[in-house]
Design a protein around this ligand. Sequence first.
Ligand code: ATR
Length: 272
Amino acid sequence: MEKHFAVIGNPIEHSFSPAMHNAGYKHLGIDAIYHRFQVYPNSLAEAVYGLCALGFAGWNVTLPHKETIIPYLDTLTPQARRAGAVNTVKILDGKKIGHNTDGDGFICSIEGELKEFRDKKAVLLGAGGASKGIALALAEKGMHVHILNRTLQKAEELVQTIHQKGGTGSFGEFRPGDWLEDVDLLVQTTPLGLKGEPFPLRLNGVAKKTLAVDIIVNVQETAFLREAKKQGCRVLDGTGMLLYQGALAWEFWLGGKAPLEAMRKGLQDQML
Ligand code: ATR
C-alpha cells in the first residue's frame, strides 16, 4: 500500500522537503507521497492525532513545533533527547517515535571539508533552536564550541547544556573579537540573510583555514558567505544540511540508503 509522509510547520509554503523526498521515491520506484501541511501552534495536537489516524508512516517537523511536539510523542531517540527537539517522527507499531536528524545532518554536510573534529574549535553565531542542535552534535564530536549571541544569557544557557552533556564550550557577545583568529569552523545560524539583508559583523582577521557555513538555504549567496569568501575562507551554504537531514530522516523511516543524488537534484530543481 502507498505510504504517506509529510512536513508540518508554519510557514511551510517554501519548504524544499516535498521536492527532495518525492524525487527520491520516484528515482527508486517507491510507492510513497510526501506532503506538506501548514499547522498553526494551537492545532498541533489535532494535527499529530490526525496524521496518525490517517495512517501516515512518518513526518518531519519544522518551526515552530520542534519542541512543542514532544509531549504528544511516545518515545524519543538519543538524538532527539540530545537536542531537546524533534524534526522527524516515525510511527512504529502505533507508537510515535521522535527523532532528530538536524545535528547529524549538519555533521554529514561538512565532513567532506572538515576532516578532524576532536579538539578543534567551532564558533556559532546565534543561540536559537538551530544553533542548539548543531552545537550539541559538534560538542559530542569533541569540538570546543564557542557561542556568540546578541542575548548573552541565551548563549550562556546553551553552554551550560553543552557542559551538562560532557562537552566543552564558552560564550561571548555577538561582535568581532579575538575568537576570529583561531577558528576551524564558523557557523552562521541566525535568520540574518534570509531576506538578502546585510550581515552586521565584519570578519576581518578570521583565519584562512576556517570553514564558514551559513545554514540559510537561499538561491542568492548570503552577505555572511560573501564576507567569509572575501577573507579567504572555504564556504558552504545550508543546502548540504537540508539534504543530509532529509536523507537521515528517509533512512530512519524506510531503512536502506537514501538516494542522495536524486534527492539533491529534486532540491536543486525546486530552487531554480
Ligand atoms: P531558530 O530556532 O531557527 O534558530 P530562533 O530561536 O528565533 O530561531 O533563533 C534565532 C537566533 O538568531 C537567536 O540567537 C537570535 O538572537 P537572540 O537570542 O538575541 O534573539 C539571533 N538573531 C535574530 N535576529 C538577529 C539580529 N538581527 N542580530 C543578531 N542576532 C539575531
